[in-house]
Every structure is written in C-alpha cells, then in structure tokens.
Design a protein around this ligand. Structure first.
Ligand code: B16
Ligand code: MG
Length: 217
C-alpha cells in the first residue's frame, strides 16, 4: 500500500530541460565554446553548481571563484527569462489526471526536485495547489543520487519511505529513489532508466487503475 507520491519536476511534470539547455548554451557560447543537446543530457537532475562544473570541463575552461559565481547567476537570470511566460500548456501529458486522482483519494503529494526555481514554475503552470510538500534545491545539501531530497519529502508528508512512490526522469533521481528504499518509477527511455523498478514513456501510459492498485494493494 503506497501512501505518498513524490514527483520530480523537470522531465516529469514539465519539460524545462529545453530552457536550461538554451541558457547553458548561451553561457558556453559567450565563453567561446559550443554545448550540444547530447551534452545537455548529462545535466538532467543535476544541481546548477554541478552543471557549471561539467560545462567548464566540456569547454576545458578554468574559473576563479568570482567568475564561477558570476556565471551561475548569469545562467539563472537567462533561464528565468525563458521560463517567464510558462503556462499550463507546458504541463506534460496526463500529469494533471494523475495528480487529480491522488488528490481525490486524499493521498499526500510532494515535489522532490533539484531545482531552486521549482515553486515559481509550479505556480506559473497552475499546479502548486496539488502539493502538500515541496522539497527542492533550496532545502537540500546533498544532490541526487543521494536520497536526501526524497527522504525529506517523505518526512514532510509524514509517510514512511517504503510507502512512497517516486516518479523520475533522470538516472541520478532513480538511484536516489532506490537508495531511499522507495518505489522508483522511471519516466522516459527504458534503456536509460533501466535501474528503475518500473518504466513508462510518459503519464499517458500510467492508467488510473494502476495508481489505484498502488494505493490499495
Ligand atoms: P535550477 P529536476 C533539475 O530539475 C534539472 O533537471 C537540472 O537540469 C537543473 O540543473 C536542476 O534542476 C537545477 O535547477 O538551476 O533551476 O536550480 O529534474 O530535479 O526537477
Ligand atoms: Mg528531472
């Protein structure tokens, strides 16, 4: 019987990866090198700080602490411009159906995201009211695959980790859910997310009966 449901944000609820990509690419170009969509895959579920470290490795660039901090801010300012006009049309297919079903059944729902921009994004797309707890990049010290983000979410929902289900699109996120001893459900590519207990391409493949069974059995 599952009593708590935890959703990752980027790649599960909305596709903000495309905006992160544009902002990182702009920074890379400004620093004199290119950044491809394939390389952007490495950034999914990864903290902003770690993303910049990887970006600098890709471009073979050194940075002083001051430059590093400035580029982190610049990237985020740029990213915020891209997400400024997000609305409900950017919610990934059938996410509202699943959230609504959980709400109707009084099942607590949490967000477990690495993003420091998670709350304003949920607000913009009109989903914030579904969430009983929000744990994001502002609340955690250890990034996925460390289970901290999901363990904190379970605690805030007042549910045991074993009673939680996690929806994740990133390998590091699936590993974090597994390390937290939660049921990991991968959203995306079966080959990439092979470590997840169950994998679906997207929420259109997740029936209401399937969620009902998770809650009742
Ligand atoms: P921010 P998630 C993650 O979100 C993204 O997948 C990752 O690409 C991004 O670097 C990270 O959030 C931090 O985001 O710069 O907004 O704090 O998938 O954990 O919801
Ligand atoms: Mg994600």
């Amino acid at each position: 019987m599952k009593r708590g449901f935890i959703f990752d944000l980027d790649g599960v609820i909305v596709d903000t990866a495309k905006y992160h990509y544009l902002a990182w690419k702009n920074l890379a170009n400004q620093l004199g090198f290119d950044f491809t969509k394939e390389q952007n895959e490495l950034f999914k579920g990864v903290s902003r700080k770690r993303c910049l470290e990887i970006l600098l490795e890709i471009g073979n660039r050194e940075a002083t602490q001051e430059e590093f901090d400035t580029w982190m801010v610049e990237k985020n300012v740029d990213y915020l411009k891209y997400i400024e006009n997000m609305d409900a049309s950017e919610i990934l297919p059938d996410v509202p159906r699943v959230l609504e079903f959980l709400k109707e059944n009084n099942i607590p729902i949490a967000l477990g995201s690495a993003s420091k921009n998670a709350q304003p994004i949920l607000e913009k797309v009109g989903l914030l009211h579904y969430f009983d707890a929000i744990v994001d990049g502002n609340n955690v010290t250890k990034a996925k695959p460390n289970p901290e983000v999901f363990l904190l979410a379970a605690k805030q929902l007042n549910v045991l980790p074993e009673e939680c289900v996690v929806f994740e699109d990133a390998v590091a996120g699936v590993q974090a859910a597994n390390a937290a001893k939660m049921m990991s459900i991968g959203i995306g590519d079966k080959n990439v997310l092979a470590e997840a207990q169950l994998i679906f391409t997207d929420f259109t493949e997740i029936s209401t009966n399937f969620i009902k069974d998770l809650i009742e059995k």
